[in-house]
Design a protein. Structure first.
Length: 212
């Protein structure tokens, strides 16, 4: 291969690759969480109508893909600075939460179902911002100390459990407790793993490129 060809075939920037991998892993996570919620609803005899299932799936996928992509990209932008990684979660998570909620409402309207009204859930969005700011900064610390997937699972469990208890206290009437536990605890666990996997992909690709 010529030198000019090698120069043109440059790899994608780390920021872009982490963002895309985080988004794809977030989509898978969103589908898994929606599947768990549907299983619980079926067991409880509360399975919603197909239109609601479609809207809920859109909401889970959009929220999960956006926030996991933001956290994964934030790790690349931070370059070792925990404050920057936390800032990505602090800003990105509320935006992703509100956008996912808007897409849920829009999907219901497109499919001909009435969307529930109500004020914008600023408190819930703020809680998400604080949660994923902490998660983003802590994930960066784990990466700097070369901790494995088990540490990321434990981190997600701790952050998710604290957030779950906080939402039960501050937002006591916001849905079924079991379903909220799945959403609040499973998602930070999955998102921490998604960021970890995206980092491992980047490292392996870097090693393969160096080997070539």
């Amino acid at each position: 291969m010529s030198t000019s060809a090698q120069t043109v075939a440059t790899p994608e920037p780390e920021l872009v690759t982490r963002l895309l991998r985080g988004a794809w892993l977030g989509i898978i996570l969103g589908l898994l969480i929606e599947g768990m919620l549907l299983a619980v609803q079926l067991f409880q005899g509360q399975l919603p109508e197909p239109v609601r299932i479609a809207a809920d799936t859109v909401q889970k996928i959009s929220w999960s893909s956006l926030v996991c992509a933001v956290l994964a990209a934030g790790q690349a932008v931070a370059r070792g600075a925990g404050g920057l990684a936390g800032l990505a979660g602090l800003i990105g998570a509320p935006i992703a939460f509100l956008l996912a909620r808007s897409l849920h409402k829009a999907t219901l309207e497109v499919l001909g179902s009435e969307a529930a009204g109500g004020a914008v859930p600023w408190l819930a969005a703020g809680i998400k911002g604080a949660e994923y700011a902490l998660l983003g900064a802590a994930i960066l610390w784990l990466a700097k100390n070369e901790r494995g997937w088990k540490a990321h699972v434990l981190l997600g469990l701790l952050v998710g459990l604290v957030t779950y208890l906080l939402t039960l206290w501050l937002l006591p009437g916001a849905g079924n407790a079991i379903q909220r536990a799945i959403t609040e605890i499973a998602h930070p666990v999955g998102c921490a793993l998604a960021v970890f996997i995206a980092l491992q992909f980047n490292r392996r690709m870097g090693q393969n490129t160096a080997g070539d």
